[in-house]
Design a protein around this ligand. Structure first.
Ligand SMILES: Cc1cc2nc3c(=O)[nH]c(=O)nc-3n(C[C@H](O)[C@H](O)[C@H](O)COP(=O)(O)OP(=O)(O)OC[C@H]3O[C@@H](n4cnc5c(N)ncnc54)[C@H](O)[C@@H]3O)c2cc1C
Length: 447
């Protein structure tokens, strides 16, 4: 049985009960006053010092997975999860459009880590200990059949994040784990025997080992760690170019987008407000800090045919001109781009699309080839990618020992998940980092 409690007066207590391996969700409408009835007047929950061997701050993917690993390996170990929200695993529930893209298929770890703009190198060791393959095995062994898609994204076969949540709650429920919701930790202090935590309402908790799994951009300061500033990662770009956004819906499978020193390849989608698609998302992720400094206002270059040089494109146009002199320049693309996009490229090259190829001078062909190879797009802002909001920033990586996930500055303190300065591109990589660091931290907590 897993208890959900709260620390403030008059709050609702929600409980999950487990029957026959299935998690049924019951909601108990108890007020805290009812719950502590019978205790001495001065022994209100507020003034009680609660304690556990291990406290996990944050009931997200990383914290709950760490708790599940501990609960399974040491069912008697007393663990307390403190979650400030009304429920654990809130982000997992909405992840991947409620389908939960929990990981990505992995040909090899070296390739896998290329999907982490920050933290890939540090994750090599942890991924070898508990990587995507082990994650998939873990969930399948815990009753969640998985389905890898053609693009490598892995989802529960049932297409619902509830199955992931239930597997975690069930496993956590097999141990001596208590989950307290509405329990926001506001201060952490260290003493000889471990840690003392203070909640937003003034009550306290103590433990000998502490796992901070507080998610993106949030860490309770006071233990000497440096927090890299948090900025958004994984977003789409807006543009002021209305003729360009009039082409909304066009997808080009393989483009190269660049800005400053950044360059990414992949598919691009023209949207009503700008551009999206894997190439853009990767650029936003790898360039998160640079683009934040530019306040999301910069010029992006799109190479619509990166597999061919500008000279090769020019030669294709030249051959086409010789073969079809009477066709109109703006009506049909000789290089396989959509005709609406082609028309815009011809116009932006300063060439009249109604003229015939045969009358088009070589210098016009060169200008068109140049626009195909390098199309400037003014980026004027950003948008969320679907509802996915990932931050880059968090606890500085070199202050953490990635063999154990223990702090190098404060023994007994561990980190897991997005609280670290680690983030991945879209496709299941962020949750994978949470499972992996949660598992490695749990194994160290068990030592
Ligand atoms: C809409 C959306 C969709 C996403 N889809 C995907 C996807 O399909 N695949 C993927 O890989 N990634 C996805 N992500 C990213 C992924 O969800 C996160 O990377 C992952 O959940 C991080 O897990 P975490 O446990 O580190 O942090 P979180 O899930 O943020 O959990 C941290 C928890 O700590 C609690 N907390 C914070 N501070 C305190 C405090 N002081 N006291 C007590 N509790 C505290 C928070 O309330 C929270 O519940 C998505 C993100 C969003 C927002």
């Amino acid at each position: 049985m897993i208890f959900f409690g709260c620390l403030a007066d008059q709050r609702t207590v929600t409980s999950f009960f487990i029957f026959d391996g299935r998690v049924a969700q019951l909601v108990e409408q108890l007020t805290l006053n009812q719950r502590v009835q019978g205790s001495s007047p001065c022994a209100s929950t507020i003034s009680l010092m609660i304690s556990a061997e291990i406290i996990i701050i944050g009931g997200g993917a990383a914290g709950m997975f760490a708790a599940a690993v501990c609960a399974e390996a040491a069912p008697d170990l007393k663990i307390l999860i403190l979650e400030k929200g009304p429920r654990p695993l809130a982000k997992v529930r909405i992840s991947g459009g409620k389908r939960c893209n929990l990981t990505h298929t992995c040909p090899d770890i070296r390739t896998f880590i290329q999907n982490y703009p920050r933290g890939g190198r540090e994750l090599i060791g942890p991924f070898h200990r508990f990587g995507p393959v082990e994650t998939m095995e873990w969930f399948e062994a815990h009753g969640v059949p998985l389905e890898p898609l053609a693009d490598g994204c892995v989802f529960p076969r049932s297409d619902t994040s509830e199955d992931i949540i239930n597997a975690l709650l069930y496993t956590v429920g097999r141990g001596n784990v208590e989950i307290r919701t509405h329990a926001e930790v506001s201060r952490i202090g260290k003493n000889e025997s471990g840690f003392e935590l203070e909640f937003a309402d003034g009550s306290q908790a103590a433990c000998s080992k502490l796992l901070a799994a507080t998610g993106g951009g949030i860490f309770i300061e006071g233990l000497g760690h440096t927090v890299e500033p948090c900025v958004p990662s994984l977003f789409t770009f807006n543009t002021s170019d209305k003729e360009f956004t009039a082409l909304a819906g066009i997808v080009v499978e393989q483009v190269c987008v660049s800005a400053s020193r950044l360059k990414e390849n992949g598919a691009l989608l023209i949207t009503h407000s700008g551009v999206s698609g894997p190439a853009v998302l990767r650029l936003s992720s790898f360039g998160a800090r640079i683009l934040a400094e530019k306040k999301y206002s910069f010029e992006m270059k799109i190479n619509w045919l990166p597999a061919q040089s500008e000279e090769q494109i020019f030669q294709t146009l030249e051959r086409f001109r010789a073969a079809s002199p009477n066709k109109r320049v703006g009506t049909w693309s000789p290089v396989g781009l959509s005709s609406r996009l082609w028309k815009l490229l011809v116009a932006r090259a300063g060439v009249d699309g109604t003229r015939e190829w045969g009358t088009c001078p070589l210098k016009s062909l060169r200008r068109i080839a140049a626009r195909v190879s390098s199309f400037p797009l003014p980026v004027t802002g950003k948008n969320r990618h679907r509802d996915e909001f990932v931050t880059c920033g968090g606890i500085r990586r070199n202050e953490v020992d990635f063999r154990t996930m223990e702090s190098r500055l404060c023994p007994g303190l561990y980190f897991a998940g997005e609280v670290l300065d680690i983030d991945g591109v879209t496709g299941g990589f962020n949750l994978q980092a949470a499972w992996t660091t949660g598992c490695v931290a749990a194994r160290s907590l068990l030592q």
